[in-house]
Design a protein around this ligand. Structure first.
Ligand code: UT7
Length: 331
């Protein structure tokens, strides 16, 4: 059976930096509060032109360049986002148009912070069955246009940032490389602990003034509840993939967790009993970019020389749904 190997990685971070001090001017918050609770120092907000699909295309172009491929070489697109350009159709279709490659299949994955891992695991199955050889997987988010950037929304607004990351996953005959094993989980009883209630087809009519007035168009999170589940499920799913592949934490070269919160990452690191340098973090610069955070992190880890040929790398996520997932790969 073919193995799925990441041959290209790219990121696109919009230019505009928004520091905690900038947020202090918009709402009643403080740099100290944000740093201490989350580890975030700054994040980037996209310009009006940089839509979710366009940022995805910009990251994809870099991933294609690293893989030595042209967009026309790609067989299929998987696009993960919780901030799509439109309610429908999916942003994978819009990005396909930006890349100028009509005809190939494009699908969106709606799994929030776990969206990238759900996507790469889906791509792995297409490659293993032989249906596709080269798949573009993109995580892109433009949170800034959907946040309540006033004191009322401060508990959520300070956490999120914009950006995009992309990987090219290719079929390989090399038995010693690529995705080794993966696990996906969800528990839908917690849907309302981290969600955007409106607009949606659950409301009749789909949109109305009341939902604008009552603020249910903005994300809601039961922060402490999410925190508690994250620090349990992150390590559990990492232990699960390691055990499945016959490894222990001692064998891992780098864990790349979804960048939700520095305190969650610290707790995961402690539970795994790993040294700090083996658990990647960049939340200080970008905040939580949900589906984009893992491909952005892979791209930076490569630039920093933290991933080398042969490295055992574990990607892991936890987020809204609740969903949590991990994949273990040999670079
Ligand atoms: O991928 C999953 C995404 N989500 C996460 O990873 C988040 C998980 N949760 C967390 O990391 C934490 O729950 C938060 C960082 C979101 C919040 O930290 P907390 O220690 O749970 O704070 P809290 O929500 O209990 O709020 C503590 C206080 C409250 O004031 P009072 O009631 O004690 O007077 C809040 O009103 O902090 C206040 N507060 C703020 N103050 C300044 C809430 N947001 C802010 C803010 N600036 N932005």
């Amino acid at each position: 059976m073919k193995k799925s190997v990441i041959t290209g990685v790219g990121r696109y971070i919009p230019e505009r930096v928004v520091t905690n001090f900038d947020l202090e001017k918009m709402m009643d918050t403080s740099d100290a509060w944000i740093r201490e609770r989350t580890g975030i120092v700054e994040r980037h907000f996209a310009s009006a032109e940089d839509t979710t699909s366009l940022m995805g295309a910009k990251a994809a172009e870099k991933a294609l360049s690293m893989a030595g491929l042209k967009a026309q070489d790609i067989d299929f697109i998987i696009f993960a986002t919780l901030s799509p350009d439109f309610y429908f159709p999916g942003s994978g279709c819009s990005m396909q148009a930006h890349l100028g490659i009509p005809g190939i299949g494009a699908m969106d994955v709606r799994n929030q912070c776990s969206g990238f891992i759900y996507s790469i695991i889906t791509a792995d199955q297409f490659i293993k069955t032989g249906m596709y050889k080269r798949i573009l997987i993109v995580g892109s988010e433009r949170h800034s246009s959907g946040l309540n950037l006033t004191t009322e929304g401060r508990d959520i607004a300070v956490l999120f940032g914009d950006g995009a990351g992309a990987v090219v996953l290719e079929a390989s005959d090399d038995e010693n490389r690529g995705i080794l094993t993966s696990k996906l989980h969800a528990d839908g009883q917690y849907v309302k602990e981290l969600w955007v209630q409106n607009p949606g087809s659950n409301s009749i009519p789909f949109t109305n003034h009341a939902m604008v007035d009552d603020g249910s168009i903005y994300p809601y999170m039961n922060g402490r509840y999410v925190f508690k589940h994250a620090v349990t499920n992150f390590p559990a799913v990492i232990f699960e993939v390691l055990a499945d592949a016959g490894y222990t934490t001692k064998d891992v070269d780098l864990v790349i967790p979804h960048q939700a919160n520095e305190r969650i990452t610290e707790a995961v690191q402690a539970r795994l009993e790993l040294p700090r340098e083996k658990v990647f973090r960049n939340i200080d610069k970008y905040g939580n970019t949900t589906a984009a955070s893992i491909p952005i992190a892979i791209s930076e880890a490569l630039d920093e020389g933290l991933i080398k040929q042969g490295s055992l790398v574990c990607l892991a996520s936890f987020g809204s749904g609740f969903t949590w997932a991990a994949t273990l790969l040999r670079w």
